[in-house]
Design a protein. Structure first.
Lengths: 173, 517
């Protein structure tokens, strides 16, 4: 069975398209139009050993948040943000069902266009909180749960990084 | 020889001393602060005594607590390492009156060398040159001129109340002297409210070269050659080597004899280091100070001479004769050491405390690593941020540099920022490779570095990093959908993985059992 995953990676101000394809056991990854079929060994939770055309790339991956990664390779530290564009159109926080306060985070680097709520107001599940423009698309960041806007960290015009917390929604204690 | 020794220190030097104790079958008592209860030096010891809270003043500098710990455990001697109480005459005296042996020189020798004036006087009395300078403020311009002639140009005018380079002028000739004298006076007056100046002979492109000396209680005093320590930042050594790239047997002999004279002048005992400034062009040398302890950088001397200096310290402290004479000492090959600090070289060497989350240490031919940390060690804000010393040995200086480059590339530390990237650049620097060292090296190196174009990794390497990040993202997404609560950090993630694996194994087992029945 063929599987394909399309992601976007942000590295040093460049926006790179990433396509990961599982071709019956062989992994093909296309980065910014360059196609690779690396051998991948997962050494531990934070280490990936990639071999591409017999060239060895021993990568240490430090996960800073869901989207932000620091990859150390040959003593060079790469700050990389990974975004799944499919998740932007859906309710991005839909897999968070816990009762505690929920952080509404930016999915990719962008600019805050509108703030739709005030701090302290009660919101319904699915209500829009902040609109962020990224890659020429406006995305409404919605709350996955009902509650009160506990914090609001951005204003229109602010630039935000991927993974940055825009607001939190939870219960007033 | 001693049967039990207390080591009044922490970190890599405590570990270093423990190693020699093991080789001599000496039982080890470690001491530690509350912040260090899990540290390597505690785990390697036979007995360990907590001295008090994290602050040094209440733990590693707490003389009473250390003496109580020695009494409690029955240690006969105390090794102070370096730093903390190593050059504290009162501590040495307190140990002696408690009936304990201090592994080091007499309190009097520590005291004389601890003061700049008495140390300089001791050197002058021993016939060892110091940087010529006036003691009293200069009374007039004509006196200044006469003194400058007496010393010979270049000379340095300095503010008596000075510091920070204010009121300081380098003068190369008679013609420059008057205007330099007037501006230095004016600067000193406005900066310190005191216009008085003094004059020193200028040492141009000074190298910092020190001589290792050793003395026993039977009248033997020898030197083990030099260490070049010119690569310094904020007056702190970061790279040291033995021999100096100058490597002249004559100069070594002259400086060695001068150092032995200084040691004899204070009836020295044990390991000591006499520091000199050496003018790069003329090779004239001047006494700076004497450190009355084992130096941080002693491993380069050990690598080149083959002697274990800590072992000799124990020998002479227990009253035995040094195991070698001056004629036994040979200098074989070349050794270089880098002090690895938990500091950020790209942010003005700011301390970078934290927990070591990944560690790969170099090893293999010609490598010596003196480390005080291991995986999961916490580098705290309470103490010196040096985590390890990487020393290499090679047949020649060139071989040693090749080896150092290889070892630095092999060394990998995550979780804290270290000075390793800085050393990886130094070892590739032309001036360093040619041995053109003096105390201005780091300043010149930094300006070369600032103007050099940044290294750009190949596109394939960048893309492999992106692929690793994308795979890690994908992995996380899959785990997040399998799990019930959002993953917040790596530790929970690894715990989750273990739990998942266990569950999968369990299911697998039950299903195979079910099939069997």
């Amino acid at each position: 069975m063929e599987e394909e995953l399309k992601l976007r990676a942000f590295l040093d101000n460049s926006d790179l398209g990433v396509i990961i394809e599982d071709l019956e056991g062989e992994l093909r990854v296309t980065v910014d139009g360059h196609s690779y079929t690396p051998q991948v060994q997962r050494i531990d939770d934070n280490s990936y050993l990639l071999t591409n055309d017999n060239r060895v790339y021993d990568c240490r991956v430090e996960c800073k948040s869901r989207e932000r990664y620091e990859v150390k390779l040959n003593h060079h530290a790469y700050e990389i943000s990974i975004v799944d564009p499919r998740r932007l159109r859906t309710d991005e926080n839909s897999d968070r069902h816990h009762d505690g306060p929920t952080e509404i985070t930016a999915q990719m680097p962008g600019k805050v266009v509108r703030v739709l709520v005030d701090r302290g107001v009660a919101v319904e599940k699915g209500a829009g909180i902040v609109v962020v423009e990224a890659m020429k698309m406006q995305n409404e960041m919605k709350t996955p749960r009902a509650g009160t806007v506990l914090s609001l960290n951005v204003s229109p015009g602010d630039t935000v990084n991927a993974g940055e917390v825009l607001a939190t929604v939870g219960d007033v204690k | 020889m001693f049967k039990k020794v207390l080591i009044a220190n922490r970190g890599e030097i405590a570990v270093r001393i423990i190693r020699t104790c093991r080789e001599l079958a000496i039982s080890v008592v470690a001491v530690y602060s509350e912040a260090d209860a899990k540290r390597l030096h505690v785990r390697l010891a036979d007995e360990a005594v907590c001295l008090g809270p994290a602050q040094s003043s209440q733990s590693y500098l707490n003389v009473d607590a250390i003496i109580t710990a020695a009494k409690l455990t029955g240690a006969e001697a105390v090794h102070p390492g370096y730093g903390f109480l190593a050059e504290n005459a009162d501590f040495a005296r307190a140990l002696l009156s408690a009936g304990l042996t201090f592994i080091g020189p007499s309190p009097d020798a520590i005291e004389i060398m601890g003061s700049k004036t008495s140390a300089r006087r001791a050197a002058i009395d021993a016939g060892v040159p110091i940087v010529p300078g006036t003691v009293e403020p200069l009374a007039s311009f004509s006196e200044t001129k006469a003194t400058a002639h007496n010393f010979g140009y270049p000379v340095m005018l300095k503010a008596s109340a000075g510091g920070g380079g204010k009121g300081m002028r380098l003068v190369r000739s008679d013609e420059e002297l008057l205007s330099a004298f007037e501006t230095a006076q004016a600067e000193a007056a406005s900066a310190f409210g005191d216009s008085s100046l003094y004059l020193e002979k200028a040492v141009e492109r000074p190298r910092h070269i020190e001589i290792q000396v050793f003395a026993d209680s039977h009248g033997n005093v020898v030197h083990l050659g030099e260490r070049e320590c010119s690569i310094q930042r904020r007056h702190q050594k970061v790279v040291e080597e033995c021999p100096s790239p100058i490597n002249e047997p004559n100069l070594r002999q002259q400086m060695g004899q001068a150092a032995v004279k200084v040691a004899k002048a204070v009836n020295y005992l044990g390991a000591g280091t006499v520091e000199f400034l050496v003018a790069d062009a003329t090779r004239e040398f001047y006494f700076l100070e004497m450190n009355t302890r084992l130096q941080v950088e002693h491993p380069v001397t050990e690598l080149v001479t083959g002697f274990d200096l800590v072992r000799e310290q124990f020998r002479v402290a227990s009253g035995q004769v040094l195991s070698f004479t001056q004629d036994d000492i040979r200098w074989n090959g070349h050794a270089i050491e880098c002090r690895v600090y938990a500091e950020d070289p790209s942010n003005n060497f700011f301390p970078s405390p934290g927990t070591i989350t990944h560690l790969r240490e170099p090893s293999g031919p010609g490598i010596r690593l003196d480390s005080g940390v291991d995986l999961n060690s916490e580098v705290s804000i309470h103490y010196d941020p040096m985590i390890a010393k990487l020393a290499v040995w090679g047949k020649t200086r060139e071989d040693a540099i090749d080896r150092l480059r290889r070892a630095l590339d092999e060394y990998d530390v995550s979780g804290i920022t270290t000075t390793l990237p800085f050393f990886r650049e130094i070892v590739r620097d032309g001036e360093f490779q040619r041995g053109q060292l003096d105390t201005g090296f780091i300043e010149r190196f930094n300006s070369r570095r600032a103007s050099a174009p940044p290294a750009v990794p190949a596109i394939e390497e960048r893309h492999m990093a992106v692929i690793a990040a994308a795979l890690a993202y994908h992995q996380r997404q899959q785990q997040a959908t399998q799990g019930s609560s959002p993953v917040t950090n790596r530790w929970k993630l690894s715990g989750r993985n273990a739990a998942l694996n266990a569950r999968q194994n369990l299911t697998h087992e039950t299903s195979s059992k079910w099939r069997k029945s």
